[in-house]
Design a protein around this ligand. Structure first.
Ligand code: ADP
Length: 408
C-alpha cells in the first residue's frame, strides 16, 4: 500500500510518499514560498535517508496550494524524478492537522462532517487549521480514488485529565469556548515515545517517559504507559518552553501592562509574543547554532538566551518527574534535541539527584542519530531519538485505513 503524507502550512507544503506497512520512504519534498509572487521552489528527494538518496530542486510559480499540489503530483509521476506511474497507485493520503480540539481524539477518514469539524476549530488555531483544511480539500480533488485521513497534532494529548488541562479561569470560558490546554507536537511525542520503547526493549505500557521536542517550536510531554498525562504547550503553541521566537510561559498581566504602557494593540502584541520573543527577543538570534557562535565570541545576551532556554526545559523535566512519580527515560528530539550536545548537557546538569546522569562522551558523539547518551548505571536513561512526523502520520493513516477499518 502506498500512502502520501501531506503537511500543508501557510506558505509551504511538505510531502512524503511511503510504502506501508514497511514504512519505507520512496520520496519526500517541500514546496516553499507558496502564494508568494515569485521565488517559489520545490526541493525533492528520492529514497530519502538511504545511501541511494538523490536530491533536486525545481523553480516553479506556485500561486496557491492547489498549484503546489499539482506540481508535486507531476514530479511524483515524472520519468526522471517520479516513483509511481499513475496517481491511482496512491491508496491513502494522510494529512497533518494541527488542532483537533475535543472533537477528534484519534485520526479519522475525512468526510464532509470531519471537514466541518476542522473548520469549526479554526478559532482555536487560526494560523494553522485553514491551511491544513485547504491541503485536504485540494488533495481530495486530486486523489478522488484515495481515502484522506486527518492526523491531529492534538490527539496524543487528549488523554490529559481535567486536572492537567483546565485553566484556573472562570469555568464558563471552557464550557462556552473550549478554552483549555490542548498541547501540540503530539505526532512527534508519540513517535519518539514508541521508538524509545523499542530502543529500551520494553513494552511502552510499562514505561514512564519524558519527551523533549526542542526545535524552533519546543514542548515537553509526560507519558505514562504510552498515554500522555501532561504537556507544556497549551491552548496554542505559544505556551510552555522558551522557543526560537515565542515567549513560552509568561505572567498573563504582561499583556495588559504592555498595552497600557506602549500603546501596542492586541494584534501587535500577539505578533510580538509569537515572532519577536523567545531566543530572538533576548539576543537577536533564534537559531541555536548562531547563538553558540555568538556566546563563544563573548556575546553576553546570547549566553543568557542559551541559559534561559535550557533552564526552562530543565524546570519542565523536574515538574514532569513529579507528575509521573517515576521516570524510565528522558528523550531528546527535533533540531536542537537531536543535534545539540551543549544544550543537552546544560539541561541535564544538576539533575543527577533525580537519577538523570549523562555520559559526557556519548552525549558529544550523538548528533542526528538514535543513541543512548546516559551512563550505563544511570537510573533514568537519556536518549536521542530523531523524530519523523511524516512516518508517524503514514503509520496512523495506514492503521485507520486497514486495522481500524476491519474492526468497525
Ligand atoms: P521546526 O521544524 O520547528 O522548524 P526543527 O526541529 O527543524 O524545527 O529545529 C530547528 C532548530 O533546530 C533551528 O532553529 C536550530 O536552532 C536548531 N538546530 C538545528 N541544527 C542544529 C545543530 N546542529 N546544532 C544546534 N541547533 C540546531
Amino acid at each position: 500500500m502506498k500512502i502520501l503524507v501531506i503537511n500543508a502550512g501557510s506558505s509551504s507544503v511538505k510531502y512524503q510518499l511511503f510504502k506501508m506497512p514497511e514504512g519505507v520512504s520512496l520520496c519526500s519534498g517541500k514546496a516553499e514560498r507558496v502564494g508568494e509572487p515569485d521565488g517559489a521552489f520545490i526541493t525533492h528527494r528520492l529514497n530519502p535517508g538511504s545511501p541511494e538518496e538523490r536530491k533536486t530542486r525545481f523553480e516553479r510559480t506556485l500561486p496557491d496550494h492547489a498549484s503546489a499540489l499539482k506540481e508535486i503530483t507531476q514530479i511524483l509521476t515524472s520519468a526522471d524524478w517520479g516513483v509511481i506511474s499513475d496517481l491511482r497507485e496512491i491508496n491513502g493520503v494522510g494529512h497533518r492537522v494541527v488542532q483537533g480540539g475535543e472533537l477528534f481524539k484519534k485520526s479519522v477518514i475525512v468526510d464532509d462532517q470531519v471537514k466541518e469539524g476542522i473548520r469549526k476549530l479554526i478559532p482555536l488555531a487560526p494560523l494553522h487549521n485553514p491551511a491544513n483544511l485547504q491541503g485536504i480539500e485540494v488533495a481530495m480533488q486530486m486523489f478522488p480514488h484515495a481515502e484522506s485521513v486527518a492526523v491531529f497534532d492534538t490527539e496524543f494529548h487528549q488523554t490529559l485529565r481535567p486536572v492537567a488541562y483546565t485553566y484556573p479561569l472562570p469555568y464558563r470560558f471552557y464550557e462556552q469556548t473550549g478554552l483549555r490546554r490542548y498541547g501540540f507536537h503530539g505526532i512527534s511525542h508519540r513517535y519518539v515515545a514508541h521508538q524509545a520503547a523499542r530502543m529500551l526493549k520494553q513494552p511502552i505500557e510499562t514505561l514512564m517517559l519524558i519527551t523533549c521536542h526542542l526545535g524552533s517550536g519546543a514542548s515537553v510531554a509526560a507519558i505514562s504507559g504510552g498515554k500522555c498525562i501532561d504537556t507544556s504547550m497549551g491552548l496554542t503553541p505559544m505556551a510552555g518552553l522558551v522557543m526560537g521566537t515565542r515567549s513560552g510561559d509568561i505572567d498573563p498581566s504582561i499583556h495588559g501592562f504592555l498595552m497600557d504602557n506602549t500603546g501596542m494593540s492586541n494584534l501587535e502584541l500577539e505578533e510580538m509574543f509569537n515572532r519577536e520573543s523567545g531566543l530572538l527577543g533576548i539576543c537577536g538570534r533564534n537559531d541555536m547554532r548562531d547563538i553558540h557562535n555568538a556566546r563563544q565570541n563573548g556575546d553576553k545576551l546570547a549566553q543568557l538566551a542559551f541559559e534561559i532556554f535550557c533552564y526552562s526545559v530543565k524546570k519542565y523535566i523536574g515538574a514532569y518527574v513529579a507528575a509521573l512519580g517515576r521516570v524510565d527515560a528522558v528523550i531528546f528530539t527535533a533540531g536542537i534535541g537531536e543535534n545539540d550536545p551543549l544544550c543537552r548537557k546544560q539541561i541535564c546538569k544538576g539533575l543527577e539527584g533525580m537519577g538523570i546522569v549523562l555520559n559526557r562522551k556519548r552525549n558529544l558523539a550523538a548528533v542526528g542519530e538514535q543513541e543512548v547518551i546516559s551512563m550505563i548505571a544511570s537510573p533514568v536513561k537519556v536518549l536521542v531519538v530523531p523524530t519523523n512526523e511524516e512516518k508517524e502520520i503514514a503509520a496512523s493513516t495506514w492503521q485507520v485505513l486497514t486495522v481500524d477499518d476491519q474492526c468497525s
